[in-house]
Design a protein around this ligand. Structure first.
Ligand code: KG4
Ligand code: ZN
Length: 297
């Protein structure tokens, strides 16, 4: 990966301003590989090192332009950014395979956690349901596609915690509801009903996510809603949010470019850029990975 990335740079390392690296949260073996490579690079090239929170990377993916407009050494057209500049305060919904968090972002680098999942993450729920339906991995894109042939109201699955006052989520009950349904279905029926099950499950997740996010935006009077993480690629989620956005005239709803919704290096670079601007630098001597890093700490 490093070789491929540096090949793209005409004057390596002179052209580089700093090296950004994910320091957490995540699995410690992968974090150690990444941080140690970055520390060595920083030492060898004498470039500053900037540690980045993985979730902060997802949030900042909303500041990026799609690859087709931002080829190396080419500035994306200003008109792309015209109506896309995030304004504060903002509500950030991060929905990925490991996280479902609702965050109030007051300014660059200023976060307050409003709520998170108490059990499974939204992406994890997609992956588990896909496994139950024998559809393959990762489940999110497969369920998204299959749902287009199904009826979202064929089965009424629960919308867990949708009416609770907190901004926490829970998706394990939804998983159990799908499980019970599958137990009751005859095998020949299951094949035929898969698109309906996928669409009804997806609808339950989307409705829960959208409802809590809009409520938070209203309560905190936010100007922008930013959705990010792998699940933000979901076509139904994008559609329902965009429809809600047309009604909420004063709130801008942003999604990252499709190809930057799942984990990628560009989002770490841009989050590193904002950290670097605000003077947050690390030394190769002291930079440490933290498996349980939070956005607030
Ligand atoms: O952000 P990400 O790449 O990794 C983590 O940081 O966890 O997210 C991966 C998750 C997987 O659970 C995957 O099933 C889900 O994102 N995902 C989707 C879609 N594309 C990816 N979920 C729903 N609809 C999609 N189109
Ligand atoms: Zn991620």
């Amino acid at each position: 990966v490093l070789k491929e990335a540096t090949n793209e740079i005409s004057r390596w390392p002179q052209e580089i301003d700093f090296i950004a690296v994910t320091i957490g949260p995540g699995l410690i073996p992968s974090l150690l590989v990444g941080t140690n490579v970055a520390r060595v690079l920083s030492y060898a090239t004498k470039k500053p090192l900037v540690g980045v929170n993985h979730l902060e990377g997802h949030i900042y993916s909303n500041w990026l332009a799609p690859a087709r407009l931002s080829a190396y050494n080419q500035t994306p057209p200003a008109k792309y950014f015209k109506n896309r500049k995030p304004q504060f305060p903002a509500i950030c919904l991060i929905v990925s395979g490991g996280h479902t968090e609702l965050i109030l972002m007051k300014n660059y680098g200023k976060y307050r956690l409003l709520g998170k999942t108490r059990d499974d993450a939204a992406g994890e729920a997609f992956d588990k349901i896909a496994r139950m339906l024998n559809l393959g991995y990762p489940g999110g894109p497969i369920i998204d596609k299959l749902s287009r042939q199904g009826n979202s109201f064929a089965f009424s699955f629960p919308r867990p915690m949708i009416h609770t006052k907190t901004y926490d989520f829970s998706f394990s009950g939804l998983k159990t509801a799908v499980h019970y349904l599958l137990d009751d279905l005859a095998i020949n029926e299951l094949e035929r009903k898969k698109p309906d099950i996928a669409a009804s499950f997806q609808e339950a997740v989307v409705e829960t996510l959208v409802s809590k996010t809009l409520r938070a935006a209203q309560e905190f009077n936010t100007k922008t809603i930013m959705i990010s993480g792998g699940v933000s690629a979901n076509s139904r989620l994008r559609k329902v949010f965009s429809k809600a956005g047309r009604k909420l005239k004063k709130v801008k709803i942003l999604f990252p470019p499709m190809e930057l919704t799942t984990d990628n290096a560009a989002m770490i670079a841009i989050a590193g850029y904002f950290n670097w601007l605000s003077g947050k630098k690390n030394s190769w001597k002291t930079l440490k990975a933290d498996a349980n890093l939070t956005l607030m700490g």
